[in-house]
Design a binder for this molecule. Sequence first.
Ligand SMILES: NC(=O)c1ccc[n+]([C@@H]2O[C@H](COP(=O)([O-])OP(=O)(O)OC[C@H]3O[C@@H](n4cnc5c(N)ncnc54)[C@H](O)[C@@H]3O)[C@@H](O)[C@H]2O)c1
Length: 249
Amino acid sequence: MPALLGKLVLVTGAGSGIGRAACQLFSKEGAKVIAADIDLNRAQNTVALLNDIDEHLPLQVDVTNLQNVGLSLKKIMKRFSNPPTVVVNSAGITRDNFLLKMSEEDFNAVINTNLNGTFNIMQTFGNALANMDPSPGGSFINIASIAGKIANIGQSNYNASKVGVEALTKTAAKEWGKFNIRCNVLLPGFIRTPMVETVPDKVIEGILRQVPLRRMGKPSEIAEVIVFLASDKSSYVNGATIEITGGFF
Ligand SMILES: NC(=O)c1ccc[n+]([C@@H]2O[C@H](COP(=O)([O-])OP(=O)(O)OC[C@H]3O[C@@H](n4cnc5c(N)ncnc54)[C@H](O)[C@@H]3O)[C@@H](O)[C@H]2O)c1
């Protein structure tokens, strides 16, 4: 039997890269997928790739806007009558520059999307589950980055946002254990998605020399871990940080 048969799953950043790969694997494992992205077109393109298209919902959501996130919960309740018990925060952006040259706007944009966006989704959908009696339990999976741990040059905004996401996740794991809601965080290394298309070839070559597996990861290799954390196979994994980097750290 598929591992996630009938489970309702929300994925942000579902229109591309890791979020899209997660949606694809979730649907293979029998889940109903809410593919949320700031770009509705991309979310729709993701749903078009899934099995049983009518089971799933593409949704336009700007994770930086708490009101907009609240509205998305209302739309989900209208369509499915229940909140998702699996929530994946994959929406994220980069705006790289050296610290001395970084604009306030770029710093704030990255913190707003990656950290505040994760907070907005966690609080809205965490409340929806915690307020149910009895709570159905759940699994929140947040995508941070190994960049936070190693402090990539030129990414002070991104690194800070991702360390924040890790701390946010671990706090939620402690606070929400009583509702049987597990929260875990992934630190991917270098994964081949549109996000890394702006990285110069020279920089990529330099990084790959430091990756013991000598290659970039595939979005599907992150999706496998996401699906594991969403399933009951990981029922005692809570508050964990999982590095998926090919050995790079
Ligand atoms: N690709 C990598 O090497 C890598 C490494 C470590 C961590 N990550 C993290 O993984 C996550 C996914 O990255 P990816 O590589 O798939 O990126 P991507 O750029 O391919 O996809 C990100 C998606 O997020 C969406 N998005 C951006 N802002 C949004 C907002 N305000 N509201 C809703 N959606 C929004 C974009 O439209 C896009 O579809 C990100 O959090 C990223 O920081 C990526």
